[in-house]
Design a protein around this ligand. Structure first.
Ligand SMILES: [Fe+2]
Ligand SMILES: [Fe+2]
Length: 183
């Protein structure tokens, strides 16, 4: 098995969530209201699975390793584009979170920001994954020997193992009662 197959399996789950987001965003636009339960679930998924689990494996492990390898020039540019697209995806998640915050504060137009954030993700994610799977992943794998690929699989698994401990450590450190001062 190639290490990128693990990343491609994660793409499949994220694309299923994109499908849910498409249906929910159409419904929220039709009703001109926010489905808060769905948006909260989507934010949890996007922040913890899509970003901290998936994009972090790409940026902190695969891209970091590929940067030290003799990648063809065009592939270095593709890697920069992918990193920039991760930043754009995070900005769309930020817009979605801002819309949810407006909704929490009673803004009747909050659905607009929520739908815009979801639409940004729906538009960008599938093309981003295609670019990774059809261009960058095959080129990056060509630069790695079988032992390096095996080591990469181990590093991906180790990142996954660490994630749940980091997640709950963060939850405990950041939790405070509603209304309590932030500092
Ligand atoms: Fe990516
Ligand atoms: Fe990816």
């Amino acid at each position: 098995m190639q290490p990128v197959e693990l990343l491609m399996a994660e793409h499949r789950l994220i694309l299923k969530m994109i499908g849910q987001m498409r249906g929910q965003s159409e419904r929220m636009e039709l009703l001109q209201s926010v489905n808060a339960a769905f948006v909260d679930a989507a934010l949890d998924f996007l922040r913890n699975y899509a970003d901290r689990c998936h994009h972090a494996k790409e940026e902190s492990i695969l891209f970091h390793l590929a940067a030290k390898k003799p990648l063809p020039g065009p592939m270095r540019r593709v890697m920069d584009e992918l990193t920039e697209e991760h930043a754009r995806l995070r900005a769309h998640v930020g817009e979605l979170a801002a819309g949810r915050q407006d909704n929490r504060q009673g803004d009747p137009d909050a659905w607009r920001k929520v739908v815009a954030g979801l639409r940004g993700l729906i538009a960008l994610c599938p093309a981003h994954f295609r670019k990774e799977e059809e261009q960058f992943f095959p080129a990056a794998m060509e630069t790695l020997s079988p032992p390096e690929q095996q080591d990469l699989i181990e590093r991906f698994h180790e990142a996954d193992r660490r994630l749940i401990h980091e997640h709950y450590a963060l939850l405990v450190c950041e939790w405070r009662p509603a209304g309590a001062p932030t500092k």
